[in-house]
Design a protein around this ligand. Sequence first.
Ligand code: ZN
Length: 465
Amino acid sequence: MVTLFVSCKEEVNQMPYDLVIENGNVIDIVTGKVEMKTIYINNGRIAKISNTESDKVFKATKTIDGSGKYILPGFWDNHVHFRGGDSLINANKDFLKLFIMNGITTVRDAGGDLTSSVMTWKAEIEQGTLVGPTIFSAGPKIDGNNATWAGSLVVENEKDIDVALDSLQALNVDFVKLYDSKISGDLYLKTIKESTKRGMITSGHMPFTVELDETLDAGMGAIEHLYYILKGCSSEESEITELIRKGDYGFWTSMEKLVATYEDSTAKKKFDALKNHNTYVVPTLNIGDILSYLDVVNHEKDTYLKLMHPRLIDTYEGRIKRSLNASEEARQNRKKLNTFFKTLAKSLSDAGVDLLAGSDSGAYNSYTYPGISLHQELEAMSKTGISNIKALQNSAYNGAHFLKKEADYGTIEAGKVSDLVILNSNPLENIKSTRDIDLVIKGNVVINPEKIAKELDCMDCVGMD
Ligand SMILES: [Zn+2]
């Protein structure tokens, strides 16, 4: 039902706004300043923001009382996956409402094998015929022959680079995702350079046969996960890289050595290089916690587990088995490395390197559930000592800048897309308040997370605890 609401004493002649959120505590995502404001929305964009005292006369099709609430740009999960083959298409589609229920109005899909479905959902969400977050997608990943991930585009020679990038451009992807399971270091660097030449944004892992500086110099836009940053911060990166090239060291066997040779002065140089190249870092701390403790934490009672399709839960087995089969020493090393990464994330943030909050949720990534895992990532960032406002910036604000979408997203400003979250409590005081969602605004649409939770028969899936 549409109700016409007139809040003034006299008749107003102008057309009504589609939606007005009155008297909310609007959090300035850049400064952290909180100010009571009224947000006027038309056609899915913010038409005007004003201080309530100066502007009390308006007409609106729908009005929301924002008093006592805290308003932020809708969250961005900057690292998710839609994948797992055709039998999991519907299981992946079910993720969309979990993102929205958790206030996530945009996701960055870091590559998978369901590109045609993802592109269909993306279009339907844009048209308003499907409820879900705005999707920015890498399409299929780029890797070498016999790559780890199904559906990857194969780059085995220089000609393959053009073929792969042509096909990604034909798919109209939003960025290029590079993976490191089989691609050669040389072709990896050439792919980044060619993507950059074509004006395509890049993100990815890094083959350990390559040095961090080479990757940054090639133009890499974002480094996913902290292994590659750690490698660059070792005083012996070149020597270790040489041992890896010769096959004396592997990815995991080099970790202990890398941690032992971490050097502050080298790290500082690499942090400066990351800043100078405007390269983002995606720490994925929460999935690090989950995967490092698979051998000791029982997830059977996880609230979100019952929302996952049984076939999707089957994909969790691989990582669980690898963890349980690892030696006691390997398991302890993984935990130590995970703890080390917390410090590294804080150091990066303190040095002024731009981070992206991304969960890595999706099939195969055991117990890292779509939606809630972004809140867990923000909490993990906050726990390292990163301030709450910085953690929050790592979601929508940095996400929008990384994908060069800041004209439309990332801040609450007139002219931008009205993707917002209205929280019941202040996330600057307690980061867990990002889960304390009253309403989600996606353009002109107002979504009540409790209603979705009720439909899913999972009232525990929303709220702070
Ligand atoms: Zn990933």
